[in-house]
Design a protein around this ligand. Structure first.
Ligand code: 5GP
Length: 342
């Protein structure tokens, strides 16, 4: 059985990191002055960059998506591409950005994303899309507070489309403690929290602080299990709370935070029966697809079709949309299972 045929959910996809080569071509044709070459914004098969270089790539991509119409185009293309890959439920995340050169404000940015989601729905794409507003930790506390306010406004006005807040950005920049206050505020307002943590080694103190917020999901958590023995409490805490981990194999390999497929921390958490969700992170930058991530994990860790199916089904438990949506998705999956596993 080919896992490609399973319906899947994508819960960790950064919008600007998810732009395909085809969409980039369209955008670059509109901005020839930027003189950006493909290898500056995507990491091809067999190639790697360190995390710092990956973050430089995002800065280049941001120059290409500087207008609301760019954000609208990439949102629509990214949604269609995920739908074509078999994704039935998608949580996109993105950092609202203001651009002096074009007059785009953070509010206009979010409105463009929401418009893209709405248009795809009107066009009849078979995919349920939600949005997480991202806080970029490299931009500091004041910007984070502003972003949380914006996220709260949209949480109230979008009838379930805006569901949560993501803490991301270069993990070398700033410290988690600078974001505790706005993150707590977001949580109190009813936004679900997806926090990138332990993405790089020796961040135990920061991780402990962020785990203190009881996040709803963890992004990567690459070095959680590799903590010094004095910090084994972190793994225990995550296990006790059964906090799901969003795992992105290709991203971690190409970004050089994990040395080989077999050493990926999926191999630590999955055998413990801990909830994990496979995701792409940045399908454009890392040149991957969600179906491919499932295949890679299945091959590397020798999962049977039944196990892959169970992994896909379990992801529904960890989405941020309402329990009504979860029930609907489970029903959809149940209807598909008999034919797919025959
Ligand atoms: P955007 O938020 O502009 O739609 O997507 C790109 C941004 O997502 C990056 O600038 C960065 O803040 C965040 N991002 C993408 N991939 C990663 C990742 O692997 N780790 C972290 N910490 N942040 C990421």
């Amino acid at each position: 059985m080919d896992p490609l045929l399973f319906p899947i959910q994508e819960l960790h996809a950064h919008l600007n990191g998810s732009i395909s080569a085809a969409t980039m071509k369209k955008l670059m044709a509109q901005k020839p002055d930027l003189r950006i070459q493909n290898e500056m914004i995507t990491i091809d098969k067999g190639k790697k960059r360190n995390l710092e270089e990956c973050f430089q790539m995002f800065r280049i991509i941001h120059q290409i998506t500087s207008r609301p119409e760019d954000i609208l185009m990439v949102t629509k293309d990214v949604i269609r591409e995920f739908a074509t890959d078999g994704v039935k439920y998608l949580e996109l995340r993105s950092t609202p950005r203001e651009e002096e050169s074009t007059g785009m404000t953070k509010r206009m940015y979010v409105e463009a994303v929401l418009e893209g989601i709405k248009q795809c729905k009107e066009e009849g794409w078979d995919i349920d899309v939600r949005f997480l507003v991202s806080v970029d930790r490299s931009r500091g506390t004041a910007a984070a507070k502003e972003t949380v306010k914006l996220a709260e406004d949209f949480l109230l006005s979008t009838d379930g489309v805006v569901v949560g807040l993501d803490l991301s950005g270069n993990p070398q920049a700033g410290h988690g403690r600078d974001f505790l206050e706005p993150l707590l505020e977001a949580k109190k307002a009813g936004l679900k929290l997806a926090l990138h943590l332990s993405e790089i080694p020796k961040r135990e103190d920061e991780t402990r602080l962020l785990l203190g917020l009881s996040p709803d999901r963890i992004g990567h958590g690459t070095f959680l299990h590799a903590s010094e023995s004095a910090a084994r409490d972190l793994v225990e805490l995550v296990r006790q709370n059964r906090t799901p981990l969003e795992l992105c194999l290709t991203s971690n390999l190409k970004g050089e935070t994990v040395p080989s497929r077999a050493q990926h921390h999926f191999g630590f958490w999955y055998p413990l029966g801990h909830p994990v969700v496979l995701c792409t992170d940045d399908k454009g930058v890392f040149a991957t697809e969600l179906s491919q991530e499932y295949q890679l994990v299945a091959e590397t860790f020798r999962l049977s079709d039944e196990q892959v199916w169970a992994l896909c089904l379990d992801a529904i438990n960890h989405i941020f949309a309402s329990s009504h949506t979860k029930t609907k998705l489970r029903e959809q999956w149940r209807m598909l299972k008999p034919t797919l596993l025959e």
